[in-house]
Design a protein around this ligand. Structure first.
Ligand SMILES: [Zn+2]
Ligand SMILES: [Zn+2]
Length: 422
Protein backbone atom coordinates (compact mmCIF):
# COMPACT_ATOMS: atom_id res chain seq x y z
CA UNK A 1 0.00 0.00 0.00
CA UNK A 2 1.33 3.40 -0.94
CA UNK A 3 0.97 6.13 1.58
CA UNK A 4 0.99 9.66 0.26
CA UNK A 5 2.64 12.30 2.30
CA UNK A 6 0.28 14.68 4.00
CA UNK A 7 -0.39 17.60 1.79
CA UNK A 8 -2.23 20.69 2.71
CA UNK A 9 -3.54 22.93 0.03
CA UNK A 10 -5.29 26.08 0.86
CA UNK A 11 -7.42 28.44 -1.09
CA UNK A 12 -7.81 31.98 0.08
CA UNK A 13 -10.59 33.91 -1.53
CA UNK A 14 -13.03 36.00 0.34
CA UNK A 15 -16.63 36.66 -0.32
CA UNK A 16 -17.55 40.17 -1.37
CA UNK A 17 -20.06 40.27 1.48
CA UNK A 18 -17.25 40.14 4.07
CA UNK A 19 -15.36 43.25 4.89
CA UNK A 20 -11.60 42.96 5.42
CA UNK A 21 -11.81 42.92 9.21
CA UNK A 22 -14.30 40.04 9.14
CA UNK A 23 -12.12 37.49 7.38
CA UNK A 24 -13.31 33.95 7.90
CA UNK A 25 -10.99 31.33 9.35
CA UNK A 26 -10.43 28.56 6.78
CA UNK A 27 -12.67 25.53 7.10
CA UNK A 28 -10.57 22.33 7.05
CA UNK A 29 -11.62 19.58 4.65
CA UNK A 30 -10.26 16.08 5.40
CA UNK A 31 -9.66 14.15 2.22
CA UNK A 32 -8.62 10.54 1.50
CA UNK A 33 -8.01 8.27 -1.50
CA UNK A 34 -9.82 4.90 -1.17
CA UNK A 35 -8.15 2.47 -3.53
CA UNK A 36 -9.74 -0.60 -5.12
CA UNK A 37 -6.66 -2.69 -5.98
CA UNK A 38 -8.56 -4.76 -8.56
CA UNK A 39 -9.02 -1.70 -10.78
CA UNK A 40 -6.75 0.88 -12.43
CA UNK A 41 -5.51 3.40 -9.88
CA UNK A 42 -4.05 6.93 -9.80
CA UNK A 43 -0.84 8.49 -8.50
CA UNK A 44 -0.47 10.99 -5.67
CA UNK A 45 0.48 13.58 -8.28
CA UNK A 46 -2.79 12.84 -10.15
CA UNK A 47 -4.80 13.46 -6.98
CA UNK A 48 -3.00 16.76 -6.45
CA UNK A 49 -3.90 17.86 -9.97
CA UNK A 50 -7.56 16.91 -9.50
CA UNK A 51 -7.81 18.90 -6.28
CA UNK A 52 -6.10 21.92 -7.79
CA UNK A 53 -8.48 21.96 -10.76
CA UNK A 54 -11.49 21.50 -8.48
CA UNK A 55 -10.45 24.46 -6.36
CA UNK A 56 -9.95 26.61 -9.43
CA UNK A 57 -13.32 25.69 -10.94
CA UNK A 58 -15.12 26.10 -7.62
CA UNK A 59 -13.72 29.57 -7.32
CA UNK A 60 -14.55 30.45 -10.94
CA UNK A 61 -18.16 29.36 -10.59
CA UNK A 62 -18.97 30.47 -7.03
CA UNK A 63 -16.28 33.04 -6.19
CA UNK A 64 -15.62 33.03 -2.50
CA UNK A 65 -14.46 31.22 0.47
CA UNK A 66 -11.55 29.86 2.20
CA UNK A 67 -10.90 26.12 2.57
CA UNK A 68 -7.93 24.15 3.73
CA UNK A 69 -7.60 20.69 2.15
CA UNK A 70 -5.84 18.12 4.30
CA UNK A 71 -4.90 14.95 2.41
CA UNK A 72 -4.80 11.91 4.68
CA UNK A 73 -3.28 9.48 2.18
CA UNK A 74 -4.38 6.26 0.51
CA UNK A 75 -6.41 3.45 2.16
CA UNK A 76 -7.82 0.17 0.80
CA UNK A 77 -11.52 0.57 0.01
CA UNK A 78 -12.51 -2.86 1.35
CA UNK A 79 -11.18 -1.94 4.82
CA UNK A 80 -13.36 1.13 4.79
CA UNK A 81 -16.45 -1.04 4.31
CA UNK A 82 -15.32 -3.63 6.82
CA UNK A 83 -14.95 -0.92 9.44
CA UNK A 84 -17.89 1.34 8.64
CA UNK A 85 -20.78 -0.63 7.16
CA UNK A 86 -22.93 -1.40 10.18
CA UNK A 87 -25.42 -3.73 8.57
CA UNK A 88 -27.39 -4.35 11.78
CA UNK A 89 -27.94 -0.66 12.45
CA UNK A 90 -31.53 0.54 11.85
CA UNK A 91 -30.20 3.24 9.50
CA UNK A 92 -28.73 0.59 7.21
CA UNK A 93 -31.76 -1.65 7.53
CA UNK A 94 -34.02 1.17 6.37
CA UNK A 95 -31.76 2.01 3.41
CA UNK A 96 -31.40 -1.61 2.33
CA UNK A 97 -35.17 -1.96 1.98
CA UNK A 98 -34.86 0.19 -1.14
CA UNK A 99 -31.67 -1.39 -2.41
CA UNK A 100 -31.72 -3.07 -5.77
CA UNK A 101 -30.47 -6.61 -5.28
CA UNK A 102 -27.42 -7.33 -7.46
CA UNK A 103 -27.92 -10.08 -10.07
CA UNK A 104 -31.68 -10.25 -9.42
CA UNK A 105 -32.60 -9.47 -13.07
CA UNK A 106 -35.49 -7.08 -12.37
CA UNK A 107 -36.41 -3.88 -10.57
CA UNK A 108 -39.68 -4.20 -8.71
CA UNK A 109 -40.52 -0.50 -8.38
CA UNK A 110 -44.33 -0.76 -8.42
CA UNK A 111 -44.79 -0.94 -4.62
CA UNK A 112 -42.82 2.33 -4.41
CA UNK A 113 -44.51 4.11 -7.31
CA UNK A 114 -45.91 6.98 -5.22
CA UNK A 115 -42.58 7.58 -3.52
CA UNK A 116 -40.76 7.58 -6.86
CA UNK A 117 -43.21 10.05 -8.40
CA UNK A 118 -42.80 12.33 -5.39
CA UNK A 119 -39.03 12.16 -5.89
CA UNK A 120 -39.23 12.93 -9.61
CA UNK A 121 -41.56 15.89 -9.04
CA UNK A 122 -38.60 17.97 -7.86
CA UNK A 123 -37.99 18.45 -11.59
CA UNK A 124 -40.32 19.67 -14.33
CA UNK A 125 -41.78 16.87 -16.44
CA UNK A 126 -40.51 18.68 -19.51
CA UNK A 127 -36.90 18.52 -18.30
CA UNK A 128 -37.23 14.79 -17.53
CA UNK A 129 -38.81 13.99 -20.90
CA UNK A 130 -35.73 15.47 -22.57
CA UNK A 131 -33.78 12.40 -21.56
CA UNK A 132 -35.83 10.23 -23.94
CA UNK A 133 -36.06 10.01 -27.75
CA UNK A 134 -38.84 11.95 -29.48
CA UNK A 135 -41.15 8.97 -30.02
CA UNK A 136 -40.98 8.10 -26.30
CA UNK A 137 -41.57 11.73 -25.31
CA UNK A 138 -44.86 11.68 -27.24
CA UNK A 139 -46.11 8.86 -24.99
CA UNK A 140 -45.32 10.69 -21.73
CA UNK A 141 -48.00 13.04 -20.39
CA UNK A 142 -47.63 12.46 -16.65
CA UNK A 143 -44.89 11.50 -14.21
CA UNK A 144 -46.53 8.08 -13.94
CA UNK A 145 -46.21 7.61 -17.72
CA UNK A 146 -42.49 8.16 -17.40
CA UNK A 147 -41.82 5.27 -15.01
CA UNK A 148 -41.97 2.22 -17.32
CA UNK A 149 -39.54 3.89 -19.76
CA UNK A 150 -37.23 5.03 -16.99
CA UNK A 151 -37.07 1.65 -15.27
CA UNK A 152 -36.77 -0.38 -18.45
CA UNK A 153 -33.69 1.59 -19.41
CA UNK A 154 -32.35 1.51 -15.84
CA UNK A 155 -32.68 -2.30 -15.64
CA UNK A 156 -30.95 -2.71 -19.00
CA UNK A 157 -28.01 -0.58 -17.81
CA UNK A 158 -27.77 -2.59 -14.57
CA UNK A 159 -27.66 -5.89 -16.47
CA UNK A 160 -24.80 -4.61 -18.63
CA UNK A 161 -22.78 -3.54 -15.57
CA UNK A 162 -23.35 -6.90 -13.89
CA UNK A 163 -21.94 -8.77 -16.87
CA UNK A 164 -18.98 -6.60 -17.88
CA UNK A 165 -15.53 -8.15 -17.68
CA UNK A 166 -12.11 -6.58 -17.32
CA UNK A 167 -9.14 -7.29 -19.57
CA UNK A 168 -8.00 -9.99 -17.12
CA UNK A 169 -11.40 -11.70 -17.71
CA UNK A 170 -12.54 -11.10 -14.14
CA UNK A 171 -16.04 -9.72 -13.71
CA UNK A 172 -16.04 -5.96 -13.07
CA UNK A 173 -18.46 -6.60 -10.21
CA UNK A 174 -17.20 -9.53 -8.17
CA UNK A 175 -19.86 -12.17 -7.48
CA UNK A 176 -19.00 -12.33 -3.76
CA UNK A 177 -16.91 -9.39 -2.58
CA UNK A 178 -18.86 -6.42 -3.84
CA UNK A 179 -19.75 -4.32 -0.80
CA UNK A 180 -17.93 -1.31 -2.27
CA UNK A 181 -19.84 -1.59 -5.56
CA UNK A 182 -23.18 -0.56 -4.05
CA UNK A 183 -24.21 3.09 -3.80
CA UNK A 184 -26.54 2.29 -0.90
CA UNK A 185 -23.58 0.78 0.97
CA UNK A 186 -21.59 3.95 0.31
CA UNK A 187 -24.45 6.03 1.65
CA UNK A 188 -24.48 3.96 4.84
CA UNK A 189 -20.69 3.75 5.30
CA UNK A 190 -20.34 7.50 4.76
CA UNK A 191 -23.08 8.03 7.34
CA UNK A 192 -21.26 5.96 9.97
CA UNK A 193 -17.65 7.03 9.29
CA UNK A 194 -16.02 9.71 11.40
CA UNK A 195 -12.88 10.70 9.48
CA UNK A 196 -13.46 12.16 6.03
CA UNK A 197 -15.21 15.08 4.32
CA UNK A 198 -14.14 14.12 0.79
CA UNK A 199 -13.40 10.58 -0.39
CA UNK A 200 -11.79 10.05 -3.78
CA UNK A 201 -12.03 6.48 -5.09
CA UNK A 202 -11.49 4.38 -8.20
CA UNK A 203 -13.99 1.56 -7.65
CA UNK A 204 -17.11 0.94 -9.75
CA UNK A 205 -20.29 1.97 -7.89
CA UNK A 206 -23.66 0.81 -9.15
CA UNK A 207 -26.56 3.19 -8.51
CA UNK A 208 -28.79 0.78 -6.58
CA UNK A 209 -31.14 3.12 -4.67
CA UNK A 210 -34.05 2.37 -6.98
CA UNK A 211 -36.58 4.59 -5.20
CA UNK A 212 -34.56 7.70 -6.11
CA UNK A 213 -33.85 7.20 -9.81
CA UNK A 214 -31.77 10.29 -10.69
CA UNK A 215 -32.21 10.39 -14.48
CA UNK A 216 -28.63 11.46 -15.19
CA UNK A 217 -27.38 8.44 -13.20
CA UNK A 218 -29.78 5.61 -14.09
CA UNK A 219 -30.07 6.46 -17.78
CA UNK A 220 -26.37 6.82 -18.27
CA UNK A 221 -24.50 3.74 -17.00
CA UNK A 222 -26.51 3.24 -13.77
CA UNK A 223 -23.26 3.97 -11.98
CA UNK A 224 -22.18 6.80 -9.71
CA UNK A 225 -19.55 9.36 -10.74
CA UNK A 226 -19.72 11.24 -7.49
CA UNK A 227 -22.14 12.01 -4.71
CA UNK A 228 -22.80 14.08 -1.65
CA UNK A 229 -23.68 12.29 1.58
CA UNK A 230 -24.79 12.81 5.14
CA UNK A 231 -21.92 12.24 7.56
CA UNK A 232 -23.29 13.39 10.90
CA UNK A 233 -19.96 12.76 12.66
CA UNK A 234 -18.18 15.27 10.42
CA UNK A 235 -18.31 18.79 11.85
CA UNK A 236 -16.85 20.79 8.90
CA UNK A 237 -20.18 21.44 7.15
CA UNK A 238 -22.58 20.22 9.84
CA UNK A 239 -22.58 16.65 8.59
CA UNK A 240 -22.30 16.75 4.81
CA UNK A 241 -19.56 14.97 2.83
CA UNK A 242 -18.74 14.04 -0.76
CA UNK A 243 -17.31 11.22 -2.85
CA UNK A 244 -15.52 11.64 -6.17
CA UNK A 245 -15.28 8.58 -8.39
CA UNK A 246 -12.42 8.15 -10.86
CA UNK A 247 -13.50 4.84 -12.37
CA UNK A 248 -14.80 6.11 -15.69
CA UNK A 249 -11.63 8.00 -16.55
CA UNK A 250 -9.27 5.21 -15.44
CA UNK A 251 -10.95 2.10 -16.85
CA UNK A 252 -9.98 0.58 -20.20
CA UNK A 253 -13.29 -1.28 -20.68
CA UNK A 254 -14.46 -0.26 -24.18
CA UNK A 255 -18.14 0.12 -23.07
CA UNK A 256 -17.20 3.26 -21.11
CA UNK A 257 -14.66 4.53 -23.61
CA UNK A 258 -16.46 4.49 -26.97
CA UNK A 259 -17.61 8.13 -26.85
CA UNK A 260 -14.33 9.49 -25.58
CA UNK A 261 -12.35 7.59 -28.18
CA UNK A 262 -14.66 8.85 -30.93
CA UNK A 263 -14.18 12.43 -29.77
CA UNK A 264 -10.44 11.87 -29.38
CA UNK A 265 -10.46 13.21 -25.84
CA UNK A 266 -6.80 13.83 -24.94
CA UNK A 267 -5.60 11.83 -21.93
CA UNK A 268 -3.74 14.76 -20.42
CA UNK A 269 -6.98 16.57 -19.54
CA UNK A 270 -8.44 13.69 -17.47
CA UNK A 271 -7.37 15.01 -14.10
CA UNK A 272 -8.48 18.50 -14.99
CA UNK A 273 -11.87 17.12 -16.09
CA UNK A 274 -12.25 15.08 -12.89
CA UNK A 275 -11.43 18.12 -10.78
CA UNK A 276 -13.63 20.61 -12.59
CA UNK A 277 -16.55 18.50 -13.73
CA UNK A 278 -16.84 15.95 -10.89
CA UNK A 279 -15.10 17.17 -7.75
CA UNK A 280 -16.10 20.85 -7.92
CA UNK A 281 -19.70 19.76 -8.62
CA UNK A 282 -19.79 17.52 -5.55
CA UNK A 283 -18.29 20.34 -3.49
CA UNK A 284 -21.21 22.47 -4.69
CA UNK A 285 -23.59 19.95 -3.10
CA UNK A 286 -21.57 19.49 0.04
CA UNK A 287 -20.65 23.11 0.76
CA UNK A 288 -23.47 25.20 -0.73
CA UNK A 289 -26.26 22.58 -0.63
CA UNK A 290 -27.17 23.19 -4.28
CA UNK A 291 -29.18 20.27 -5.72
CA UNK A 292 -28.69 18.68 -9.14
CA UNK A 293 -30.40 21.07 -11.54
CA UNK A 294 -31.78 20.70 -15.03
CA UNK A 295 -32.84 24.29 -15.73
CA UNK A 296 -29.85 26.50 -14.93
CA UNK A 297 -27.98 28.38 -17.67
CA UNK A 298 -25.22 26.73 -19.68
CA UNK A 299 -21.95 26.50 -17.84
CA UNK A 300 -23.60 25.98 -14.44
CA UNK A 301 -21.49 23.62 -12.37
CA UNK A 302 -24.56 21.91 -10.93
CA UNK A 303 -26.26 21.28 -14.30
CA UNK A 304 -27.11 17.60 -14.72
CA UNK A 305 -29.28 17.91 -17.80
CA UNK A 306 -29.23 15.85 -20.95
CA UNK A 307 -26.49 17.73 -22.80
CA UNK A 308 -24.20 16.96 -19.91
CA UNK A 309 -24.59 13.19 -20.12
CA UNK A 310 -21.06 12.90 -21.45
CA UNK A 311 -18.30 14.09 -19.07
CA UNK A 312 -16.22 15.46 -21.93
CA UNK A 313 -19.06 17.54 -23.37
CA UNK A 314 -19.99 18.77 -19.90
CA UNK A 315 -16.37 19.68 -19.19
CA UNK A 316 -16.06 21.67 -22.39
CA UNK A 317 -19.20 23.65 -21.57
CA UNK A 318 -17.76 24.45 -18.11
CA UNK A 319 -14.54 25.71 -19.66
CA UNK A 320 -16.40 27.72 -22.28
CA UNK A 321 -18.44 29.68 -19.72
CA UNK A 322 -16.14 30.87 -16.95
CA UNK A 323 -18.97 32.80 -15.30
CA UNK A 324 -20.92 32.52 -12.09
CA UNK A 325 -24.38 30.95 -12.41
CA UNK A 326 -27.01 33.52 -11.34
CA UNK A 327 -29.42 30.75 -10.31
CA UNK A 328 -26.83 29.14 -8.00
CA UNK A 329 -25.96 32.47 -6.41
CA UNK A 330 -28.85 32.53 -3.86
CA UNK A 331 -27.65 29.19 -2.40
CA UNK A 332 -24.09 30.51 -2.13
CA UNK A 333 -25.09 33.78 -0.50
CA UNK A 334 -27.40 32.09 2.01
CA UNK A 335 -24.72 29.60 2.98
CA UNK A 336 -22.07 32.32 3.41
CA UNK A 337 -24.26 33.91 6.05
CA UNK A 338 -24.34 30.54 7.81
CA UNK A 339 -20.53 30.29 7.79
CA UNK A 340 -20.29 33.87 8.99
CA UNK A 341 -22.71 33.09 11.82
CA UNK A 342 -20.61 30.11 12.91
CA UNK A 343 -17.53 32.33 12.97
CA UNK A 344 -19.29 35.00 15.02
CA UNK A 345 -20.47 32.33 17.47
CA UNK A 346 -16.89 31.10 17.89
CA UNK A 347 -15.83 34.68 18.58
CA UNK A 348 -18.54 34.93 21.27
CA UNK A 349 -20.53 37.53 19.31
CA UNK A 350 -23.83 35.74 19.95
CA UNK A 351 -26.12 38.64 19.12
CA UNK A 352 -24.80 39.01 15.58
CA UNK A 353 -24.39 35.26 15.14
CA UNK A 354 -28.11 34.80 15.82
CA UNK A 355 -28.95 37.58 13.38
CA UNK A 356 -26.85 35.86 10.67
CA UNK A 357 -28.52 32.48 11.33
CA UNK A 358 -31.89 34.19 10.96
CA UNK A 359 -30.76 35.70 7.65
CA UNK A 360 -29.61 32.27 6.49
CA UNK A 361 -33.05 30.87 7.27
CA UNK A 362 -34.74 33.59 5.24
CA UNK A 363 -32.35 33.37 2.29
CA UNK A 364 -32.01 29.61 1.82
CA UNK A 365 -33.93 28.32 -1.23
CA UNK A 366 -36.38 25.55 -0.35
CA UNK A 367 -35.08 22.98 -2.82
CA UNK A 368 -31.66 22.45 -1.28
CA UNK A 369 -29.67 19.25 -1.70
CA UNK A 370 -30.89 17.31 1.34
CA UNK A 371 -33.79 17.96 3.67
CA UNK A 372 -34.89 21.60 3.93
CA UNK A 373 -36.80 20.90 7.16
CA UNK A 374 -33.73 19.33 8.81
CA UNK A 375 -31.59 22.25 7.72
CA UNK A 376 -34.07 24.78 9.12
CA UNK A 377 -34.17 22.71 12.30
CA UNK A 378 -30.37 22.90 12.57
CA UNK A 379 -30.44 26.69 12.16
CA UNK A 380 -33.10 26.98 14.87
CA UNK A 381 -30.94 24.84 17.14
CA UNK A 382 -27.96 27.14 16.54
CA UNK A 383 -30.12 30.21 17.21
CA UNK A 384 -31.21 28.63 20.49
CA UNK A 385 -27.57 28.15 21.47
CA UNK A 386 -26.94 31.86 20.86
CA UNK A 387 -29.92 32.78 23.02
CA UNK A 388 -28.73 30.55 25.86
CA UNK A 389 -25.39 32.36 25.79
CA UNK A 390 -27.30 35.66 25.89
CA UNK A 391 -29.32 34.29 28.83
CA UNK A 392 -32.62 34.57 26.95
CA UNK A 393 -33.76 31.12 28.00
CA UNK A 394 -37.39 31.62 27.09
CA UNK A 395 -36.52 32.55 23.52
CA UNK A 396 -34.03 29.67 23.38
CA UNK A 397 -36.76 27.24 24.40
CA UNK A 398 -39.07 28.48 21.69
CA UNK A 399 -36.32 28.06 19.06
CA UNK A 400 -35.68 24.54 20.31
CA UNK A 401 -39.37 23.66 20.24
CA UNK A 402 -39.51 24.90 16.66
CA UNK A 403 -36.35 22.92 15.80
CA UNK A 404 -37.95 19.70 17.08
CA UNK A 405 -41.21 20.44 15.29
CA UNK A 406 -39.30 20.88 12.01
CA UNK A 407 -37.23 17.74 12.51
CA UNK A 408 -38.44 15.30 15.18
CA UNK A 409 -35.13 13.42 14.67
CA UNK A 410 -33.05 16.39 15.88
CA UNK A 411 -31.52 14.64 18.90
CA UNK A 412 -29.26 17.53 19.89
CA UNK A 413 -32.20 19.92 20.07
CA UNK A 414 -34.19 17.44 22.16
CA UNK A 415 -31.30 16.88 24.56
CA UNK A 416 -30.71 20.62 24.98
CA UNK A 417 -34.39 21.35 25.59
CA UNK A 418 -34.59 18.54 28.16
CA UNK A 419 -31.50 19.81 29.97
CA UNK A 420 -33.04 23.29 30.16
CA UNK A 421 -36.26 22.00 31.65
CA UNK A 422 -34.48 20.21 34.48
ZN1 LIG B 1 -24.83 16.13 -8.47
ZN1 LIG C 1 -26.59 27.03 -11.41
Amino acid sequence: MKIFSILALSLCFFSPCYSADETVDPISINMVYMADYNLPSITAQGIKEIVRSAQDEFNRKFGTNDFKFIFLGEKPVNFFFKNNLKTRDPYYQELSRKKLKFFSKKIDYQPYQEEVVRFLKQWKLWDLKNFFPKETQDKINTYEDLLPFLYEEYAAKVRILENLKQKNRKFLIDRRFNLQNSYVNWKAAMYFQKDYDIVICNTIIMYDDFTQPYPHAVLRYAKVGGSSFLSPHRPAFDGTSAMINLFEMLTDIPYFKVNYNKKKMPKNIWNDLLGRYIMAHEMGHMIYLIPDVYNHPEGCLMDSSVQNLDYYDGYQILIKYPVKCPKCEPYVQARLHHFKADQLFKKNDFENACYEYKLTKKMTPEDIDGSYASYMSLLNFKMAKCQIKLKNNELAESYLTEAIKLDPENKEAKALLNSMKK
